[in-house]
Design a protein around this ligand. Structure first.
Ligand code: GLP
Length: 262
């Protein structure tokens, strides 16, 4: 794992967007794992800008989102499918047939989960997985005690996650679905490269635990310490509780792979 600290929210999101764009320019058929949440909105906006102003094409890209709520009506604006459509799919040249999210309305949810895993395998696996981090330290909706080898499945949301996500439901926690389909921690760990983005002071404590604390199923993001190629990008506010900041800064300033992104 490596940690990159950028001065502002915009610089942190900008670096993630640049890394995604570079990945697509290198391999136009990239298989990307997408994440939702407020943090990612900036990244999608920057990728849309890159598409419009610098002709970055998503035409051959395949995407798999991490998670989707269950039980929301088809077409609901609160679905992660709608979030993706509004902020990214609908604004780029991506092929709709190549955009996958779990179907939280499937009649047989377990079959849908197994099918999702199979679709990822058939696509050749995920090349680049984007992640945010929840207040409980979840990645996707891998709530506390999610098995570190878990695969795509239905998960009950924790009270903290329901409270955190209530903002997207007009602040009304009772409207937040109680369950979601999520890629498992094991599914995420199978991707070839992981980029986790966290910004703002609210994330400082959980980032320190996930990055510098012990690997524990209580904080599913800590499992990323097991991943061979994981980069955690944070702004100064989210970096505040990390103890090895000096070392992380040295890496970004001196390691050749980061030269192009200074
Ligand atoms: C939701 C998503 C997570 C995301 C998290 C962070 O819970 N399921 O994948 O990482 O939100 O949200 P935010 O970026 O709004 O803090």
């Amino acid at each position: 794992m490596e940690v990159i600290i950028r001065p502002t929210v915009d610089a942190a999101a900008g670096l993630v967007a640049e890394l995604v764009a570079a990945g697509i320019r290198e391999n136009p058929r990239l298989v990307i794992g997408f994440a939702t949440g407020r943090t990612m909105e900036r990244v999608y906006a920057l990728l849309v800008k890159e598409h419009r102003e610098r002709r970055l094409s998503f035409a051959q890209v395949t995407t798999f989102n991490l998670d989707e709520y269950t039980g929301l009506p088809k077409g609901s604006p609160d679905l992660y499918r709608s979030y993706m459509q509004e902020r990214f799919f609908g604004q780029t040249d991506i092929e709709p047939a190549n955009t996958f999210l779990p179907d939280g309305n499937a009649r047989d949810l377990d079959a849908e989960c197994a099918d999702y895993e199979e679709r990822i395998t058939r696509a050749g696996g995920i090349d680049l997985q984007l992640l945010g981090i929840g207040a409980v330290g979840h990645i996707g909706f891998n709530e506390p005690l999610s098995a570190l080898r878990s695969r795509t499945r239905v998960k009950a949301l924790s009270p903290q996650t329901i409270a955190q996500n209530a903002g997207a439901f007009g602040g009304d926690a009772t409207k937040v679905p109680r369950r979601a389909i999520t890629m498992g921690v094991g599914t995420i760990l199978d991707s070839r490269r992981v980029l986790l983005l966290a910004t703002g002071a609210d994330k400082a404590e959980i980032i320190a635990k996930a990055v510098e604390g012990p690997v524990t199923s209580m904080i599913s993001a800590s499992a990323l310490q097991l991943h061979p190629r994981c980069t955690v990008v944070v702004d100064e506010a989210a970096a505040a509780r990390l103890t090895q900041q000096e070392y992380y800064r040295w890496i970004f300033e001196n390691e050749p792979e980061w030269k192009a992104y200074q």
